[in-house]
Write a protein that binds this ligand. Structure first.
Ligand code: SAM
Length: 240
């Protein structure tokens, strides 16, 4: 069923109209005729079933009932991902949303080679997050933070930070083992390095900041693969 995030709080029997872009999608792309049931999610993260009503050029929705359902992770899960090539970055935004992350932090590290994102790029990324959240019927769109340096990310308070580190089987335990040791469950921030990995100096800084290091197995994964595996394992652990 098609889902849309709406800007106003919803209540049973309220009638809402859609922004021009959504109305265009409903009429021209989805070719609705009225009577279709859709999901609407309001700014408080409350989902409703609604029935579409079509007049000549406009679509409105009648809110039928609020839904009792669970879609969000029980604790905040944040992903600090070093900026990687555009297509891979955008793939990671979509998949991380499907897996349940609450926030994505574009991370600047020594070995990031990509140029800083423009305003247009951020608008495109926010659209990717929204569409992915609608497609998988989430109640929240993950936030996309401004680009942050590794030092700024290490200074974020009140969150367990886990750095994914390859080729460190002897030193770093598996992610599952690290998660067992951070009970009681709470907010988790995962850090995944760029294509060239973290530098030795960055490892020293991370160690000094008291992060956990975790390993995802003996193979070197691409950054986006490592990020999705780490997010998937952590999300399942939170929901277990
Ligand atoms: N510099 C590395 C090399 O060439 O050997 C590759 C870095 S890897 C492509 C990018 C990031 O993915 C790493 O910084 C790390 O955060 C994560 N990563 C990749 N494989 C991993 C593994 N087996 N365990 C944990 N993290 C991994």
């Amino acid at each position: 069923m098609q889902q849309f995030f709406v800007r106003e709080p919803l209540a049973t029997d309220s009638i809402i109209s859609f922004p021009e872009e959504t109305e265009h999608q409903l009429l021209r792309v989805l070719r609705v005729r009225g009577g279709e049931t859709v999901r609407l999610v309001d700014p408080n993260g409350i989902p409703f079933l609604a029935t579409l009503e079509v007049t000549k050029k406009h679509v409105t929705a009648h809110c039928d009932e609020a839904l009792e359902e669970k879609r969000e992770l029980p604790h905040p899960l944040l992903l600090a991902l070093a900026r990687i090539k555009r297509e891979k970055w955008e793939w990671a935004l979509q998949k991380a949303t499907e897996l349940g992350v609450n926030a994505i932090l574009p991370m600047e590290t020594e070995r990031v080679n990509e140029a800083a994102p423009t305003g247009n790029r951020r608008v495109r990324w926010e659209r990717i997050l929204q569409e992915a959240a609608e497609q998988c019927e989430r109640h929240r769109i993950p936030t996309l933070e401004a680009s942050l340096s590794l030092a700024e990310i290490l200074a974020i308070p009140d969150v367990e930070k886990i750095v994914l580190a390859e080729r460190s089987e002897e030193k770093a335990p598996t992610l599952e083992r690290v998660l067992e040791n951070v009970a009681p469950k709470g907010s988790i921030l995962l850090l995944v390095g760029p294509e060239g990995g973290f530098s030795p100096q960055e490892f020293v800084a991370m160690e000094a900041a008291g992060v956990h290091f975790a390993n995802l197995g003996p193979r070197i994964l691409r950054a986006e693969t490592a990020a999705m595996l780490a997010v998937g394992i952590t999300a399942q652990w939170m929901e277990a």
